[in-house]
Write a protein that binds this ligand. Structure first.
Ligand SMILES: *Cc1c(COP(=O)(O)O)cnc(C)c1O
Length: 376
């Protein structure tokens, strides 16, 4: 049997080991020197004025929503085609996620649909740069509401006007879970333009403690959303090789495009358009309509290839259905994408041979599914 190919695999080497070991040996495992160093290095890599490290992308989104003043009874216009965290954080503040449909090409929040959903109670707009492709934030800026960007899949992405995703001056959250472009195991970062906003986020991640206060003085409600120095050290090592990691992902994506070009009816990730650049996070294809996607997943698995339906529509998750009465048919573009999306193995060190093996196996799985289909 040929070797298994996982969905994702982090790149970790002696540099990461040395950095983490350094923190272990220093004895300062949290709130030590690596925290501010990682924040500064990240902000500088990105081209953002400042950044706050937090314990996860979700924690970052939560603090970002609080920082723009989202609270009880507010509405936040957002995308249903995302990882569940981008909607959950709205509920953390007892606000309501108002989903609107996505653009059929980019699968990102459709600005016209967002405009139609903005009302008196809209306290923020929360676009998601899904699969690393930049959402049309410039259009959303016209709607006159604070913007919080879910950039957790979009490290390395660039907007059409040349601004890096996360550096437009809005609050933007990045995630560092093990499958992301940069990993700290668990972790995240919030970029912001305003120093007062950074101060608030830094305080709220640390139990509401103000920077100039003694350890047990707390002047606001806070959380424990800190990122340890161990994680920050790992992040610093990853940041040093980030350009290579991103280039590796782009190379694998290009190989996939070639290898899958001939597969009839298969939808590929949208190509970069008008100066926008994707920060490659996942390689997600859309299986042709009528294809048994679960059957394709099983066929790939039999050949040692991991794949996953990705992403499900948030409004159709059981919790959201029950809580808000959502039904099929509300957001047809999102639902069609959710029904047909399949994430293929994708990581910087994936070899051309591995890409070709995935493509060939997918081709035969699709052919088998076509032959079995009653429609043919
Ligand atoms: C990864 C991710 C997050 C945050 O995930 P954490 O596990 O909390 O770091 C949020 N939104 C999207 C779209 C993601 O892909």
């Amino acid at each position: 049997m040929t070797h298994p190919i996982p969905l994702a695999r982090p790149v970790l080497g002696p540099e990461e080991e040395a950095r983490v070991l350094g923190v272990l040996r220093s004895g300062r495992l949290s709130l030590g020197p690596r925290l501010a160093e990682f924040e500064r290095a990240f902000a500088s890599w990105l081209g953002a004025p400042r950044a706050s490290a937090v314990s996860s992308g979700t924690a970052g989104l939560h603090l970002a929503l609080r920082a723009v003043g989202v609270g009880d009874g507010d509405e936040v216009v957002t995308s249903p085609f995302s990882f569940v965290a981008s909607a959950n954080v709205v509920l953390y503040e007892r606000a309501r996620p108002v989903f609107v449909d996505v653009d059929p090409v980019t699968l990102n929040l459709d600005p016209d649909a967002a405009a139609a959903a903005v009302g008196e109670r809209t306290a923020a707009i929360l676009p998601v740069h899904v699969f690393g492709y930049p959402a049309d934030v410039a259009a959303l800026e016209q709607l006159g509401r604070p913007i919080v960007e879910d950039a957790c899949e979009a490290l390395g992405a660039v907007h059409a006007d040349g601004t890096p995703v996360g550096a437009r001056g809005h609050l933007a959250a990045f995630g560092f879970y093990a499958n992301k472009q940069l990993t700290t195991g668990e972790g995240g970062m919030v970029t912001s333009g305003d120093p007062a906003v950074k101060e608030r986020i830094d305080s709220e991640r640390n139990q509401g403690r103000a920077p100039d206060m003694d350890w047990l003085d707390h002047d606001r409600l806070g959380f424990n959303y800190r990122l340890s120095d161990l994680a920050c050290a790992l992040g610093l090592a990853q940041l040093e090789r980030l350009d290579d990691l991103l280039a590796g992902r782009a190379r694998v994506a290009a190989r996939y495009r070639e290898a899958l070009a001939e597969l009839e009816g298969l939808g590929l990730p949208c190509p970069d358009e008008g100066g926008a650049r994707r920060g490659w996070f996942v390689f997600v294809v859309q299986v042709p309509p009528g294809v048994d996607r679960d059957g394709v997943v099983k066929t790939l698995a039999r050949e040692g290839i991991q794949s996953k339906p990705y992403l499900p529509a948030i409004h159709l998750l059981s919790f959201y259905r029950e809580r808000f009465g959502h039904r099929e048919g509300e957001f047809p573009v999102c639902e069609d994408a959710a029904a047909r999306s399949l994430a293929l193995p994708f990581f910087p060190q994936m070899t051309d041979t591995e890409v070709e093996r995935v493509a060939a196996t997918l081709a035969s799985a699709l052919a088998a599914s076509r032959n079995a289909s009653p429609l043919r």
